[in-house]
Design a protein around this ligand. Structure first.
Ligand SMILES: [Ca+2]
Length: 707
C-alpha cells in the first residue's frame, strides 16, 4: 500500500491494488473458434530508460525470473523516511523504502560512492479532486475553470525539481498501451479561466477582487484544498494554486490536514471542497471499476469525487464484462476521454520514483516499471556482492505488518511478507506482463450467450509446501472455495463469480465463472494466495486465525517475527523456481579403479575415483569411502564448476574374503586371499643342504653296498 490511503474499508481492496501498481504491457493471441483461447507471450517493452546518478542510461535488466538467490531476507520495520535514510547511510539496511529519496536529498546521496540512485516511472498520479456533490464544484465548467488556473509545468519544475512530469490522464503514461495520449488537456490559461467563470455568472460585482456567487450575490466563500500535512511538496503546491486562483478572483486556500482526519472527512463524510492525494493502481481497470462509478458514491465508497453519470457507469460496466483484450483497451481509452471531459479530478503531476541502494554489500537490485527497485523480483535476485547466490538482504518496510494470514490482509504492508511466503498462479514480471508462475499455462473458454467462462490452469508438478507436502490442484480448488465460502474480504471481488471448480487431474484446475470478463483470469491468477488444504481445512475462523508458523509454497519460508523490529524469512531451498546456481548438483563420482583387485591379507589396496563438479558454482562436498558397508575414510573436497580431480583411498584387510566397497554410490569389490606358505631363505638353504646331504648320503650308501 504505498500509494493509497489508509482506512479500514477501503484497504480491503488496496491490498490487491498494491500488487497491481504496475506498469503494463501484454500481447495476446486470440484463437476464436467459438472459444476464446488466450495465450500469453512474454513480449517485453522495448525501451527501459533510467536515470542513474544523473545519467540517463538504458539499463538492461536481464533476469530469468528465478530465485531466491539470497539465503535470508529481513523485512526491517523502520517507520519514518528520515530514520530509513539514516539506517541506509549507516549500512543497517541495503535499500531505501517508499517513499524513496526526496528530490532535495539527491545531491547529497550522489556524493557517496557506496550509494546508487535509480529512478523509475510510476503508475500513480496526484490529482486535484473536486467534491462534485457540492456547489459550485458540481458545475463541470467551474471545475474546468480551476484547471485552467493551474500552472502544472511550474509545479514540476520548482517543487519536484524536474523529478516528475505533468499528468495528462487518469491512466498515467507508465501504463503503456492503456494510456490514452489524445484526451482533452487544460493548459495553464488564466484568461480562459476568467472567461468561463464570467460566462457562468461568477463576476466580481463589487470590485473587491473576489468573484461573487450569482446565487447569493455575495463574495464566493473561501474554498479549501485539503492536503496531507506530512507532505511539504503538496502544501507548497496548494499555496501556489491559491495564488493562481486569486489572480482570477477565486478565494482558494491550502488546508494541510492530518492524514487520518483527511480520510475521515473525504471518504467517510464527503466533507471537503478539493483535496490532493495520490491515485495509483495497477492494472488500469481497477480505478475505473471503483473510483468513478455511481454505486461507489456512498460513505466509505471508492468514489471520492462523488461523480454520477449514467453513461459513464455503463462504460465502466462494459469494461468489467468484456471478454476481449482489444475491446478492453478501446473502452479504457474511451474512459479517459470521459474523465478529462467531466474532470471529477484534475491530474496534476506524476512523480518519479527515486530509489537508493548500497552497492557495497549486495547486488542484483532490479528496477520494475511502475514500482522501482523495491519489488518481489529484487528480493528474488539480490545476493551478496560479487556472488551468484547467498547473503542476507535487509529490506525496509515503513509499517509493521499486521498479520501473516492472507485472509486478514488489510494493507499493502501486510503483503511484504505474505507475498513471499505464499504464492500465486501467475505473477507480474518487471515490465508488468502477466507471466505463468505456479500455473505453467492456462486456457480460457468464454460462452457469451450464457455469460460464463471456464478457466483451466495447468500447474507445475514439482511444487511443495514448506512442510514438504506436495502442492496439487486440490489445494487450488480448496483455496478458491475457501475464500468464496468464508467471504474473505480482500478476495471476494475475484472469487464471487466462481460457481464450480473441478480437478480433472492431479495438476489441472478447471474454474467455472459467471462472468465473461477477461479481467477474471488475471484476478484469479495474481490476487489469490494459494493455501495448503491439509492445514487450512480445519481453520474455521479465518478472519481471527493467526498462524504461528505460516506454511506457504512461496520462495521464502517464515522464521521469526520480532514485533516492532523485523520479520525474518529464509530462502525456500526446495522452491520450484530456484536458480540453477542454487540447485545442489551432487559431485559426479566415476571411474572407480581398485589396485590390486586381488590381494593377500595385509596388502594395501588402493581405490581411486574421479570426482567432478557438474554444478554451476564452487562447492564443497564430502566424499565417503566405505568398505563392507563401514565408513573407512571421508574427504572434504572443494571444486570449481567443471573441475574434476582423482582422489585415492587405501585399505588393508587381515581376513581373506570378498570385500564390497562404495564411494558415494559407486560400488566395486576386491578379494583378499590367504598368503601361500613360503619358507624363508635360510630354511630353503638349510633344506637344500639337507636334501643334498641326503642325496650324497644315499649315493654313498648305495655305492658302498655294491662294493
Ligand atoms: Ca467581490
Amino acid at each position: 500500500m504505498k500509494l493509497f490511503l489508509y482506512n479500514k474499508k477501503r484497504l480491503i481492496c488496496i491490498a490487491s491494488i498494491y500488487l497491481k501498481l504496475r506498469y503494463f504491457e501484454m500481447i495476446f493471441k486470440k484463437l476464436l473458434i467459438g472459444i476464446l483461447l488466450l495465450l500469453l507471450t512474454s513480449q517485453l517493452t522495448s525501451v527501459n530508460a533510467y536515470t542513474i546518478n544523473g545519467k540517463i542510461i538504458k539499463e538492461a535488466v536481464e533476469y530469468d525470473y528465478r530465485g531466491p538467490r539470497c539465503d535470508e531476507l529481513y523485512l526491517v520495520v523502520i517507520t519514518t523516511p528520515e530514520a530509513q535514510m539514516l539506517a541506509l547511510k549507516k549500512g543497517e539496511i541495503d535499500v531505501l523504502g517508499w517513499p524513496g529519496v526526496q528530490p532535495l536529498q539527491v545531491a547529497d546521496l550522489m556524493t557517496d560512492p557506496k550509494m546508487h540512485l535509480i529512478t523509475t516511472e510510476v503508475t500513480e498520479y496526484y490529482p486535484l479532486v473536486f467534491n462534485c456533490r457540492k456547489y459550485p464544484f458540481n458545475i463541470t465548467d467551474f471545475r474546468r475553470a480551476i484547471a485552467y488556473c493551474i500552472d502544472r509545468a511550474k509545479i514540476v519544475e520548482t517543487l519536484l525539481l524536474g523529478y516528475g512530469r505533468i499528468a495528462t490522464s487518469c491512466i498515467p503514461k507508465a501504463h503503456g498501451i492503456w494510456h490514452n495520449p489524445n484526451v482533452t488537456q487544460y493548459e495553464y490559461n488564466p484568461s480562459k479561466a476568467s472567461e468561463i467563470l464570467t460566462k457562468l455568472g461568477f463576476i466580481d460585482t463589487d470590485g473587491d477582487g473576489i468573484r461573487n456567487d450569482p446565487k447569493t450575490g455575495k463574495n464566493l466563500p473561501e474554498m479549501t484544498i485539503m492536503i496531507p500535512s506530512y507532505d511539504p511538496i503538496r502544501i507548497r503546491m496548494a499555496q501556489l494554486i491559491s495564488g493562481w486562483a486569486a489572480e482570477v478572483g477565486l478565494p482558494i486556500k491550502a488546508a494541510p490536514t492530518e492524514h487520518g482526519t483527511m480520510i475521515d472527512k473525504i471518504v467517510g463524510e464527503h466533507d471537503f471542497d478539493m483535496c490532493c492525494w495520490t491515485y495509483g493502481w495497477y492494472p488500469p481497470w481497477d480505478p475505473i471499476s471503483l473510483l468513478y462509478h455511481s454505486s461507489q458514491d456512498v460513505p466509505w465508497g471508492w468514489n471520492d469525487p462523488g461523480i454520477r453519470n449514467a453513461t459513464w457507469d455503463a462504460l465502466i460496466d462494459n469494461i468489467l464484462s468484456t471478454p476481449s483484450m482489444d475491446e478492453l483497451k478501446r473502452l479504457i481509452w474511451k474512459f479517459q476521454e470521459w474523465h478529462m471531459q467531466l474532470i471529477p479530478d484534475f491530474p496534476l503531476f506524476e512523480r518519479l520514483m527515486i530509489d537508493a541502494y548500497r552497492t557495497d554489500k549486495t547486488e542484483g537490485w532490479l528496477p520494475a516499471l511502475g514500482t522501482g527497485i523495491l519489488n518481489f523480483w529484487s528480493t528474488m535476485n539480490v545476493r551478496t556482492k560479487g556472488e551468484l547466490i547467498g547473503g542476507i538482504i535487509r529490506y525496509p518496510v515503513l509499517k509493521e505488518p499486521k498479520t501473516l494470514n492472507p485472509c486478514k490482509v488489510t494493507a499493502g504492508w501486510d503483503l511484504e511478507a505474505i507475498n513471499r511466503i505464499y504464492d500465486t498462479l501467475m505473477r507480474l514480471d518487471l515490465y508488468q506482463n502477466y507471466i505463468p508462475w505456479m500455473a505453467k499455462s492456462w486456457e480460457t473458454v468464454v460462452f457469451p450467450q450464457n455469460n460464463t467462462q471456464i478457466i483451466t490452469f495447468y500447474l507445475y508438478e514439482n511444487i511443495t509446501w514448506h512442510d514438504g507436502k506436495p502442492l496439487t490442484a486440490e489445494d487450488v480448488k480448496f483455496t478458491i472455495e475457501y475464500y468464496r465460502d468464508y467471504e474473505i474480504p480482500p478476495y471476494m471481488p475475484y472469487v464471487s463469480p466462481v460457481y464450480k471448480i473441478e480437478t480433472p487431474s492431479k495438476y489441472t484446475v478447471k474454474i467455472y465463472l459467471n462472468t465473461t470478463s477477461v479481467i477474471a483470469l488475471y484476478n484469479i491468477g495474481t490476487m489469490l494466495y494459494i493455501l495448503p488444504k491439509h492445514l487450512w481445512q480445519n481453520v474455521t475462523d479465518p478472519l481471527e486465525y493467526e498462524p504461528k508458523v505460516p506454511i506457504g509454497s512461496g520462495p521464502f519460508k517464515f522464521v521469526e517475527w520480532v514485533k516492532g523490529e523485523y520479520v525474518k524469512l529464509v530462502a525456500n531451498d526446495k522452491y520450484f523456481k530456484l536458480p540453477k546456481e542454487k540447485i545442489i548438483v551432487p559431485f559426479e563420482i566415476s571411474n572407480l579403479r581398485i589396485t590390486p583387485s586381488r590381494a593377500y591379507i595385509g596388502d594395501i589396496v588402493t581405490v581411486t575415483v574421479t570426482v567432478k563438479n557438474k554444478g554451476y558454482i564452487t562447492r564443497t562436498q564430502d566424499v565417503t569411502f566405505k568398505v563392507a558397508g563401514k565408513v573407512e575414510d571421508k574427504r572434504t573436497i572443494t571444486l570449481a564448476p567443471g573441475q574434476s580431480i582423482d582422489i585415492t583411498f587405501t585399505t588393508t584387510k587381515d581376513k581373506a574374503g570378498e570385500y564390497s566397497i562404495e564411494v558415494d554410490g559407486i560400488t566395486g569389490k576386491f578379494t583378499i586371499e590367504e598368503r601361500p606358505l613360503v619358507l624363508p631363505a635360510y630354511q630353503t638353504i638349510a633344506g637344500v643342504v639337507i636334501v643334498v646331504a641326503v642325496v650324497i648320503a644315499g649315493a654313498y650308501y648305495f655305492t658302498r653296498r655294491k662294493k
